[in-house]
Design a binder for this molecule. Structure first.
Ligand SMILES: Nc1ncnc2c1ncn2[C@@H]1O[C@H](COP(=O)(O)OP(=O)(O)O)[C@@H](O)[C@H]1O
Ligand SMILES: O=C(CO)[C@@H](O)[C@@H](O)COP(=O)(O)O
Length: 557
């Protein structure tokens, strides 16, 4: 049999990337990135220029197809691989990134009657405008003692499906009524590739409160939330829910023309970006935390029992690797915080100096920040620029920096922001480790470990754990390709399980980041201070962040 390949497509926050992977060794033969033509839509609708409210984040579903149209032919051309040797394709996506579609699977925003209604569009994972609904859902679930709540760390996030669907029902009942299905974008793209609509058990489990043994919450619960939602799971959330690695179907003739692949190529069910990355770094057993580090961080961990951990995003059986309980936690802004600083808060002289030296602003700041020892800036920050997604689970929390003086330099602030995100990660690791889900090893993948060595050393020092780095530029896409190979199966030159695929294809670099004992000692002290601030602002001692946010909403209305 000739050499076989699979393609993985990773749909990130700002772009989609395709990778063509050699199935014998996981080697990335070719990759190509397509920035979303419409990017993240958080100010105005591209159709009418209609203004969006605070906390909205939308996307254009056409951009997802554009990624397939541009990036798949590009990797085929770059590699020279024959489409006949590409035996499978898998995708991974941000989540919960969801959209309403009609009976034909057409996104409502494509239809003239709905294109001017923001609720007809894709709600991106970081759309945070359904916090009211999430709060009410959590209060009702707690009051009724719903069994599902502890599985999600005690709180369902406003980023997830039910809160977003309920927001649509509340703010745009006509859109709600016109929607035949609410679907994760990952399942929608797969339905476009294959002509079959199936839901994957990963997003259903983590984002739509579905449980392998118990199914969705009861219709009584939904009725108590809102009578309109009573039959939601049998109607607008209906659809077979199938495990990761299942073959969703085969590439249609139409999509074969669009992508340059052969019709009939095996297509795996949709997956989530961070979850797909886990087998791609070779993690198929418990005790090993995988951090997918980019705009945000998702922390992924396998366990053998269902344990309740404060603020975890969720625990789902088979949610990452079949046979294990998959745990997820996360920070909703990490790279995004650094980007905010670079774009919005550095003085002009920094940009000029970086420009003169021919380096990016991140690099310029990082080089200077590296000259400081832990503690030397006198600064400490809370990493809540986009709310808190784990432990506290509250999108109404905001950022803080303590310790400014007239001598504070931009590079010191930058370093402090890097450190704050490492403290956020340590909170999550501690929550798992001390509650029966051990974290013995840490792996990192995503854009950040490739770009910032200082950041990775800080994470090793703050967590006091050695960090192994993925030997791949596009780890989730490689993971998605593995699932594509599993959808194809060994008879076609693929694999029969993702564990087999990981054995052959996963790769980490030889070089690791090891904790430096003197840094660990100082960061322990700073972490205690971080804990004080974390609880003071985050656990109700001082709700100033929420009052400021409420005042802001009131005055800007
Ligand atoms: N040198 C750098 N140091 C730290 N962060 C960086 C650097 N360069 C880019 N970033 C951040 O990386 C993030 C993008 O990460 P990436 O993994 O590429 O994307 P995504 O999260 O969409 O998958 C951006 O938020 C950006 O601010
Ligand atoms: O929430 C999840 C996964 O559960 C992510 O999709 C979300 O954090 C976005 O990830 P990126 O930062 O774009 O890699």
């Amino acid at each position: 049999m000739s050499h076989k390949y699979a393609i993985g497509v990773d749909y990130g926050t700002q772009s989609g990337r395709a990778v063509l992977v050699d199935l014998t060794n996981g080697h990335e033969v070719a990759d190509h990135v397509t920035p979303y033509p419409h990017g993240v839509i958080d100010e105005t609708l591209p159709t009418s220029g209609k203004q969006l409210e605070h906390d909205w984040a939308l996307q254009h579903p056409g951009d997802y197809i554009e990624v397939l149209r541009r990036s798949i032919p590009a990797v085929l051309a770059q590699s020279g691989v024959s489409p006949a040797d590409v035996i499978g394709l898998g995708i991974d996506f941000t989540a919960c990134t969801m959209l309403p579609v009609d009976e034909r699977g057409t996104p409502l925003c494509f239809k003239p009657e709905w294109s001017d209604n923001p609720h007809g569009w894709v709600k991106l994972w970081k759309h945070h405008a359904a916090q009211d609904e999430a709060d009410r859902l959590n209060a009702m679930a707690a009051q009724r003692g719903e069994k599902f709540l502890p599985r999600y760390g005690g709180k369902i996030s406003s980023e997830w499906m039910i809160a977003k669907v309920w927001q649509i029902a509340n703010e745009a009942p006509d859109v709600y009524d016109a929607s035949d299905l609410f679907t994760e974008a990952t399942d929608w793209v797969i339905s476009q590739l294959t002509g079959n609509f199936v839901r994957n058990s990963c997003t259903a489990g983590y984002k739509s409160i579905w449980h392998k043994r118990e199914g969705y919450p009861s219709s009584d619960f939904f009725k108590a939330l809102d009578p309109r939602l009573e039959n939601l799971t049998e109607t607008k959330l209906r659809g077979d829910i199938v495990p990761l690695g299942t073959k969703a179907g085969e590439l249609t003739e139409e999509m074969a023309k669009l992508t340059g692949l052969n019709a009939g190529t095996a297509i795996a069910v949709g997956n989530v970006d961070a979850h797909a990355a886990v087998p791609a770094v070779g993690v198929v057993t418990p005790g090993k935390l995988v951090m997918a580090m980019g705009t945000s961080i998702c922390h992924m961990l396998l366990g053998t029992e269902e344990v309740e951990v404060e603020g975890m995003c969720g625990v789902v059986e088979d949610g990452i690797i079949p046979g294990y309980l998959g745990y997820e936690a996360g920070q909703s802004a990490v790279g995004d915080i650094f980007e905010w600083f670079v774009e919005e808060a550095v003085p002009a002289y920094v940009k000029e100096a970086a420009g003169k030296e021919g380096v990016g602003v991140h690099q310029w700041l990082t080089e200077r920040a590296s000259a400081y020892r832990p503690g030397e800036t006198g600064l400490l920050a809370l990493d809540w620029w986009n709310g808190n997604r784990s432990v506290l689970v509250d999108t109404n929390l905001t950022g803080v920096i303590v310790g400014f003086s007239l001598l504070t330099k931009p590079e010191e602030v930058y370093r402090t922001l890097l450190e704050s995100t490492a403290f956020g990660t340590r909170k999550i690791i501690d929550a798992f480790h001390h509650n029966g889900v051990p974290v013995d090893e840490v792996y990192a993948c995503g854009g950040l470990p490739q770009r910032n060595r200082l950041l990775m050393q800080i994470y090793a020092d703050v967590t006091n754990r050695e960090i192994k780095i993925a030997d791949s530029k596009q780890t989730p896409a490689v993971g998605a390709a593995m699932f594509g190979a599993v959808a194809a199966g060994s008879a076609k030159g693929g694999y029969d399980s993702v564990v087999d695929a990981a054995k052959a294809m996963a790769r980490v670099r030889e070089e690791t980041f090891k904790p430096i004992p003197e840094n660990v000692a100082i960061y322990d002290k700073l972490y205690r201070e971080y804990g004080e601030l974390h609880d003071y602002f985050g656990r109700g001692a001082n709700d100033v962040m929420k009052r400021l946010k409420a005042l802001k909403d009131e005055t800007s209305r």
